[in-house]
Design a protein around this ligand. Structure first.
Ligand code: F6P
Length: 428
């Protein structure tokens, strides 16, 4: 079964995109596909290979631009590139499709529930012209689910035809619920997601926007940790990075920063004690080299800590601070053995995600925004736009929110980390 993208109905309006700067628009049809599997392993392919619908402009569109109103909402934690996406949608709507009624809902899904009193803002190209130069989101954000009926009431009251939802897996599951309620009421409204998470943990995407900026920023912290570790006897630089359940930022920052001795991620459990536990291995490394750098994802080693329970507003389990925990454990271990250690702890978490997008992410965000608008005006709904094997694709919301993308403990990325750090495959 190929992932199916729902549609509001036949596209009857000619796309105003016909020519861009005198060049024929690169129209796609739903029959243009991007293969899921790009590797062949020698066996005969008996059935038609699984594929995704290619994103891009359609020759005919569903919505009549002068009579179309667009809404945008950003949800969840901050991520570099949010403002680029907002700006990209506004510009694409105005300049390419002639859709001039674009509103931004404030503070995530709260902005779609009238009792919060967050007044929506009108968005125009002039008001977003400089947005990409700043981190964060000009609309504000919030975590957590809201009443689906109340949100669809607002869409009805404000005559919103297209809603762009920018957020992570919880947000996208909310978007799927909005789609169902719209269908239940028999309304003709499109909901299109743009997946957001600096943790890079969304399935069926090459990478999520803002990830490159985030780990590039994290590299600075890793480099500083190395410098600090070289400045004292038995220096240890310890860096904690975001990554609740997926250690991509830690892996990439360690690979890019080099000079990292240990990377600890949620996907690979580790033991602290014992002859081949992290602490003894660290002692050996210090005895051999005189300094060490450890990069740890926030979700790593949670089984070693106790006393943290409950969930945050997004429903994510609350985690203990593994950075502070490791700092105490390492200091205690060396103190007990009367070995001098000089540990410097760096936690750049919010710096890493609140910076403006870098040039690579600027481009990526613009293209995602363009793809999202192309899909929405064509009446596609219940989908998000992503990139797969370098091509932009339309993906059903349900497919992508089935699970979380993780670093595979026997995959190539983790092997690269092991090769780069020289750390053992297992501690303990
Ligand atoms: O969006 C995911 C994330 O970056 C996680 O890595 C992290 O646990 C979370 O956001 C923290 O966000 P906040 O402190 O805003 O809830």
């Amino acid at each position: 079964m190929h992932p199916y993208i729902a549609s509001l109905g036949p596209c009857l309006f000619p796309s105003p995109l016909r020519h861009i700067g005198g060049v024929e628009a690169p129209y796609k049809t739903d029959a243009d596909r991007v293969l899921f599997e790009h590797r062949a392993t020698g066996q005969t392919v008996e059935s038609e290979p699984w594929s995704f619908e290619e994103a891009g402009p359609r020759e005919k569109i569903y919505f009549d631009p002068p009579r179309t109103t667009v809404g945008i909402v950003t949800c969840g934690g901050l991520c570099p590139g949010l403002n680029d996406i907002i700006r990209g949608i506004v510009n694409q709507c105005h300049h390419q499709y002639g859709i001039t009624k674009v509103v931004g809902f404030r503070y995530g899904y709260e902005g779609l529930v009238q009792r919060y009193g967050h007044t929506p803002v009108t968005l125009r190209p002039a008001s977003v012209a400089q947005a990409h130069n700043f981190g964060g989101t000009l609309l504000g954000s919030s975590r957590g689910a809201q009443d689906i009926g109340a949100m669809v009431d607002t869409l009805e009251d404000m005559k919103i035809d297209i809603l762009f939802v920018i957020g992570g897996d919880g947000t996208l599951r909310g978007a799927a619920e909005i789609v169902k309620e719209i269908a239940r009421r028999g309304l003709q409204k499109s909901v299109v997601g743009i997946p957001k998470t600096i943790d890079n943990d969304i399935m069926y995407l090459d990478k999520s926007f803002g990830f490159e900026t985030a780990f590039a920023e994290a590299v600075q912290a890793v480099k500083c940790a190395y410098i600090e570790s070289t400045g004292a006897v038995n220096g240890v630089g310890l860096v904690k990075l975001m990554g609740r359940d997926s250690g991509f930022i830690a892996c990439f920052a360690a690979l890019a920063g080099s000079n990292v001795d240990f990377v600890l991620i949620p996907e690979v459990p580790f033991a602290l004690s014992g002859p081949s536990g992290l602490l003894e291995t660290l002692r050996y490394r210090l005895a051999k080299r005189g300094n060490a750098v450890i990069v740890v994802s926030e979700g790593a080693g949670q089984d070693l800590m106790s006393g943290v329970s409950g969930t945050d507003a997004s429903g994510n389990q609350r985690y203990g601070d593994v950075g502070l925990f490791l700092k105490d454990q390492i200091n205690g271990f060396f103190k007990e053995r009367s070995i001098e250690v000089n540990l410097k702890y760096i936690d750049p978490s919010y710096i890493v995600r609140s910076v403006p997008a870098n040039a690579q992410d600027n481009v990526y965000c613009s293209r995602l925004a363009q793809g999202a608008v192309h899909a929405a005006v064509a009446g596609k709904t219940g989908m998000l736009v992503g990139r797969w094997h370098g091509s932009f694709v339309n993906l059903p919301l349900e497919l992508v929110t089935q699970g979380r993308r993780k670093v595979h403990p026997s995959g190539e990325l983790w092997h690269s980390v092991l090769e780069s750090t020289g750390q053992p495959a297992h501690f303990g």
